[in-house]
Write a protein that binds this ligand. Structure first.
Ligand code: ADP
Length: 349
């Protein structure tokens, strides 16, 4: 029987370890030896001094210990070389030399592109969506998203409690790169008054007006949830002149941030204080939620079954609460539908 390889690639996401554990359990069930490849595609390029730094035979007892741990035991990294055909051929040859006849790739769309190339080079691959951003439209859930949202919800609830105590509106920045799903779901779940996402153009003046309306209603704890990618969708605003003419030092060309945005809102709305918090890496390093762990478990098992049955070039997803698979090419072409109705509901109430 051939061996199976498994790797985690791109940004880490809660649930990646649970998926690796499930792959290991399923491989053991079918008597298929399993190799863990370290640091994404880098492990296939044999760049490390020792083979163990690039690959490790994954024993079930090692893996059973990691399922509920955050982070990724296999480590993850981006791999620039993998964008070049010659390195992808090198990787495919490494896999063949090691007797690895199928690969499970846990990562986001970039990692799936890499997997598709490996399939073309004759290496059967199955993708499992692992990214907190939820930016893979073919599936309604990606590993880590549910956990990340829950981290944000906990953070925003705590912030709103202290915001109420001090009458201080708060800007909370959450992750998600170019996708506003974490921000939107966290805002809906916490009753935040304003949400700003990369999918919708917005202006500083408009947000200040909406914040003012909240303040006039006596809501001094209003929360503005911003997605990390939202700054790119901002209408031009002369932050340098505005802040300097309102007594706050700012250097020309300095990029806007949650902190700067809070300073602007404070001055536009005449508040004593508007604070900001960036939730940051706690969203990625949290223990996976039950939903993420359960999805990881099902996805890992299906991935091994597909490889065992000679089915390749597929990604696993969730639709209407059920796990399914689809070709990588088709999945990557699925267009994203932004939940505009939900966005309007948050911002118009
Ligand atoms: P994610 O998988 O989370 O989207 P990246 O976009 O950073 O994260 O991709 C992770 C890795 O996948 C990259 O470092 C690279 O090794 C590989 N990759 C990304 N895009 C491609 C591509 N178009 N062709 C081949 N490999 C790719």
């Amino acid at each position: 029987m051939f061996k199976i390889g498994v790797l985690t690639s791109g940004g880490d996401a809660p649930g990646m370890n649970a998926a690796v554990m499930s792959v290991a359990k399923s491989a053991a069930l079918y008597g298929i030896p399993l190799v863990g490849i370290k640091r994404g595609y880098n492990g296939l390029l044999r760049k490390s001094a020792s083979l163990y730094d690039d690959m490790e035979e994954l024993r079930l007892d090692t893996v059973l210990d990691i399922a509920d741990l955050p982070g990724t035991y296999l480590r993850t990294a981006r791999c620039k070389e993998f964008m070049e055909p010659k390195w992808r051929e090198f990787a495919a040859n490494t896999l063949r030399e090691m007797g690895i006849g199928g690969l499970v790739v846990i990562g986001g769309d970039g990692s799936f592109h890499g997997a598709e190339f490996l399939c073309q080079l004759g290496i059967p691959c199955i993708g499992i969506p692992g990214t907190i951003d939820n930016d893979l439209p073919y599936t309604e859930l990606t590993l880590g998203y549910d956990t990340a949202v829950n981290v944000c919800v906990d953070a925003i609830r705590a912030i709103r409690a202290t915001s109420r105590s001090h009458d201080r509106p708060h800007v909370v920045e959450v992750m998600g790169r170019h996708c506003g799903d974490i921000a939107l779901t966290a805002a809906v779940s916490t009753g935040a008054e304003i949400v700003i996402v990369p999918e919708v153009r917005w202006s500083v003046e408009d947000v200040a007006q909406r914040l003012n309306r909240q303040l006039n209603k006596g809501n001094t704890r209003a929360t503005i949830v911003v997605a990390e990618g939202c700054w790119e969708a901002m209408e031009p605003f002369d932050m340098y002149n505005f802040l300097n003419s309102h007594g706050k030092k700012c250097f020309e060309g300095e990029p806007i941030s949650a902190n700067r945005f809070a300073s602007i809102l404070k001055r536009m709305c005449g508040m004593v204080e508007v604070r900001s918090t960036v939730v940051g890496y706690t969203q990625r390093g949290e223990t996976p939620s039950a939903r993420d762990s359960a999805f990881a478990f099902e996805a890992g098992h299906l991935a091994v079954r597909l490889l065992r049955d000679g089915i390749s070039n597929q990604v696993i997803g969730m639709h209407n609460g059920k796990v399914f698979y689809q070709s990588i090419g088709e999945a990557l072409q699925t267009k994203r539908e932004f939940r505009r109705g939900l966005y309007d509901l948050v911002n118009n109430m």
